[in-house]
Design a protein around this ligand. Structure first.
Ligand SMILES: Cc1cc2nc3c(=O)[nH]c(=O)nc-3n(C[C@H](O)[C@H](O)[C@H](O)COP(=O)(O)O)c2cc1C
Length: 409
């Protein structure tokens, strides 16, 4: 595991909020407000793609309910200030224990979304994870987010993992800080709203989708500025910039999820900190750690794979008990507020990540959406920490917490 104690660093200097934070905060005080606004600003297919879960979205509902069911007993008479929330992850200092989860195709939700999210993360210094199915190249993200750049990989297994291992090489050259292998997509499943939106297989706007675009002029303008959504990260291997050609190429070369032998192989190839994403069972966490993986990213893919999976936050305590002393613990799926980040940290996570809420933000507020949301998460987290009487993130772990959903493995 990466040594998190050795270095003594200067106090973290947080960036101030974005100049428009106060203005947007009045209009959209929480992510629920951003989600309500999102479909008014983007074509329906865009919203459905980013917002859908598997099946009837019950997995998403379970993720949210699991967070909502966690309650913290506050202590008073200790502090009237906003505590610091900066954190060390794998030897890098970040402004807060909250990051942006990897997403494929965020440009379908808002053209240019990958770069917008990366820039916002860089401004405040929180981790930004580029999805390998993302809409910007590794090198483009390295230019705008050099200090906070994490990369996620799916399994490009053809030709002895030639593409996957070349992505590892490019990641190294580009200064990627952390590599993440996603393990939780062994098979393809159905997301009903994505299927309905016409995006399950390729991006081929039909008459309905074109009508949806035409009534969303701000989105169309963003499309004109940024071009057609593309899968730029893997584009070079497909020898094409055409979205559907890249999708077809990816389907032929990619598939399934990394098995443990492959995790070991990538562990060898990547010299920096590495995490595996999609872990929900302590034994899988232990297996990963035994292979030299530095971070366990607990996730049920935001409820997008199947509905019946346990919520990450309920799996967290068991995984912390199993490997919390040996690995950095990351978590996503259902995070919607600074209070959720506090819940995750108080229960032992080192950092919580958010996916969909960033898509709601860029859909609702366009180019300023991600800027708004990074500030909102940090602002809420600090207020929540102060409210429970914790002077630091570490103290939050000593709070009395009611967590009825915690799984006894
Ligand atoms: C539109 C979309 C695309 C996603 N694509 C990927 C992906 O390519 N790779 C991956 O590991 N996870 C992917 N995820 C899952 C996220 O990384 C993350 O696990 C999830 O969104 C967290 O839950 P939340 O949406 O409730 O915050 C995707 C999520 C969304 C919403």
């Amino acid at each position: 595991m990466h040594d998190m104690t050795a270095k003594k660093e200067a106090a973290f200097v947080a960036a101030g909020p974005h100049p428009n934070f106060a203005k947007w905060h009045k209009l959209f005080p929480t992510t629920a407000w951003l989600r309500e606004q999102a479909p008014r600003n983007v074509p329906r297919f865009s919203f459905e793609y980013g917002d859908t879960g598997a099946g009837n979205d019950i997995g998403i509902a379970h993720n949210w309910a699991a967070f909502d069911n966690i309650k913290i007993v506050p202590r008073y008479g200790v502090t009237n200030t906003l505590p610091p929330v900066d954190v060390d992850l794998f030897g890098t200092r970040y402004a807060a224990p909250v990051g942006i989860a990897p997403m494929g195709g965020p440009a379908l939700v808002w053209p240019g979304a990958d770069l917008l999210m990366a820039k916002a993360a860089q401004r405040v210094r929180i981790p930004y994870t580029l999805g390998v199915a993302g809409g910007a190249t590794i090198e483009e993200i390295a230019r705008v987010a050099p200090d906070v750049f994490w990369l996620q990989l799916y399994r490009f297994y053809r030709n002895e993992h030639a593409i996957g291992l070349d992505l590892v090489r490019r990641a190294h050259d580009a200064g990627v800080k952390v590599l993440t292998l996603t393990l939780d997509v062994p098979v393809r499943t159905t997301r009903s709203r994505e299927t309905y939106a016409g995006l399950a297989n390729e991006f081929k706007p039909n008459a309905r989708m074109i009508r949806e675009m035409l009534v969303r002029p701000k989105w169309l303008m963003a499309l004109l500025r940024n071009g057609y959504p593309r899968f730029a990260t893997i584009g070079p291997y497909a020898n094409s910039t055409k979205t559907n050609e890249i999708i077809r190429f990816a389907r032929q070369n990619m598939g399934g999820a990394f098995n443990w032998d492959e995790v070991a192989r990538y562990r060898d190839a990547w010299k920096g900190p590495m995490t595996v994403k999609g872990i929900l069972h302590p034994h899988d966490a232990e297996k990963a750690v035994s292979l030299g993986v530095d971070g366990i990213w607990i996730s049920n893919h935001g409820g997008r794979q199947i509905e019946a999976l346990v919520p990450s936050i309920d799996a967290l305590p068991g995984i912390v008990a199993a490997v919390g002393k040996k690995a950095t613990i990351l978590l996503d799926s259902g995070v919607r507020s600074g209070q959720d980040v506090l819940r995750a940290v108080a229960l032992g996570a080192d950092c919580a990540f958010a996916g969909k809420s960033f898509l709601w933000a860029v859909a609702a507020l366009g180019d300023e959406g991600a800027e708004q949301l990074v500030d909102l998460y940090i602002d809420e987290l600090r207020a929540s920490l102060g409210q429970i009487g914790a002077l630091s993130l570490a103290e939050a772990r000593e709070a009395t917490i009611l967590h009825p959903g915690a799984i006894k493995f």
